[in-house]
Design a protein around this ligand. Sequence first.
Ligand SMILES: Cc1cc2nc3c(=O)[nH]c(=O)nc-3n(C[C@H](O)[C@H](O)[C@H](O)COP(=O)(O)OP(=O)(O)OC[C@H]3O[C@@H](n4cnc5c(N)ncnc54)[C@H](O)[C@@H]3O)c2cc1C
Length: 275
Amino acid sequence: MSQNCTVDDTAPTETAHALTIRDIRWWSPTLFSLTLERPEAFRFLSGQFARLGLPVDGEWVWRAYSICSSVYDEQLEFLSIVVPDGVFTQALKDIQVGDTLWVDKRNFGTLTTDRFRAQDELWMLATGTGLAPFMSVLRDPYTWERFERVVLVHSVRNSDELAYREWLENLAGDELFGEFAERFRYIKVVTREECPGAFALRIPELVQTGILERAAGLEFSAERSAVMLCGNPAMLRQMKTVLQERGLSVNKKSSPGNILWENGFLPEDNRQPDL
Ligand SMILES: Cc1cc2nc3c(=O)[nH]c(=O)nc-3n(C[C@H](O)[C@H](O)[C@H](O)COP(=O)(O)OP(=O)(O)OC[C@H]3O[C@@H](n4cnc5c(N)ncnc54)[C@H](O)[C@@H]3O)c2cc1C
């Protein structure tokens, strides 16, 4: 950026929407949801992600964020972690209702149910904010037309990180989606504290021990399972191996296999977070 140039001068008005924050909900001291106005022109598929931008200390910072809201919502919703020392989230956590957040006009990502073919049982396995794309998938009527059974597994460290828990536990009472509740299983995993009704083992261990399938009342099958994974890189790696050992295959553009995933952290991140 030139020294005479202010952030306002460099606002990316051609490539991004400047959107007003309508609502903020804190789930825990390090996890919150943001609701923004949605421009009519902003279209996406459930499961895709957007790029959010903010000026931080005079420089524009952009980060990938999965879209949480339904493709039919009039608002856009995102779920965000607060990373200690994270450049973007340390700024985002202070944002207030009425403030502006920038959203790239394009959307990205292939964690979408249209990638599957004959499979009619959908498994969505998430750690932490990996829940976000699956909230959009769950709030899409197409999901319920397309799949006979839908299972969501959400693994977090502490129970207050079970974002959207109330809605997920009470789907039967939802005006739009209540009729599908009998075909839905919501399985909670809390690894760092006791939480009644939640498992304490990590997702790969729950699969290896058969506990997850018993809880879901479904078995992984090469013919019927469509599995979407989102979250920390360690879970993705382990689950790909575990599921391949069970005969499931990776979904590629050239072959509509069973397993799709999105690394919900930075692509270059190689650390193995402790979820
Ligand atoms: C495709 C994609 C989708 C994403 N969707 C979301 C989302 O819906 N919500 C969200 O909060 N973040 C999401 N992220 C991560 C997001 O892009 C940023 O990395 C995050 O907001 C932190 O930004 P930062 O600048 O504060 O820290 P960064 O410098 O970007 O990250 C610092 C470190 O924090 C850790 N970290 C980053 N993101 C997370 C996370 N979500 N959970 C746990 N640890 C993390 C990683 O170890 C990373 O190396 C997504 C990333 C990708 C690639």
